[in-house]
Every structure is written in C-alpha cells, then in structure tokens.
Design a protein around this ligand. Structure first.
Ligand code: SF4
Length: 74
C-alpha cells in the first residue's frame, strides 16, 4: 500500500499522469487538474490516494513524468 499525493496547486493539467497511469489518475471535470480516481481516493481529498502495490510502478512512473513535480509517493 502506498500513498499518492497530488499537489493540485502545482498541477498545470498537462495530462501526462493520466496518460501514463490512467488506473490511478484522471482529469477533474471542473478545474481540469489531476485527481486520484474515486476508487483510490482516501483522506477525503481528491488529490490523495491509497493504492495497492500492483499500482505502485505506474504511479511512480507518472510521478517521474510530471513536469512540475506535483506528484509524490509515500
Ligand atoms: S503530470 Fe503533473 S502537471 Fe500534469 S496533470 Fe499530472 S499532476 Fe498535473
């Protein structure tokens, strides 16, 4: 289990994360920024997810590819 955090204040809505890892990330319909898919959201924040180990690699790849380093994994 890993925690994924999107800093939505940094996010520019470029789409790279949901392009790389659509199982975890998606575009928020209202502000166009990245959010965690509903199934994985935790801590009652759209930008915070609790994911299983099977999704670690794709989430990490998305974090590495974010141009503004808005995604962190704990
Ligand atoms: S890759 Fe980074 S900047 Fe682009 S949509 Fe995802 S979180 Fe936002």
């Amino acid at each position: 289990m890993a925690k994924v955090i999107i800093d939505r204040e940094l996010c520019i809505g470029c789409g790279a994360c949901w392009g790389t890892c659509p199982a975890v990330f998606e575009q928020n319909g209202e502000d166009g920024l990245s959010q965690i898919k509903a199934a994985w959201q935790c801590e009652e924040e759209v930008g915070v997810g609790c994911i299983g180990e099977d999704l670690d690699d794709c989430a990490r790849e998305a974090a590495d590819g974010c141009p503004v380093s808005a995604i962190t994994l704990e």
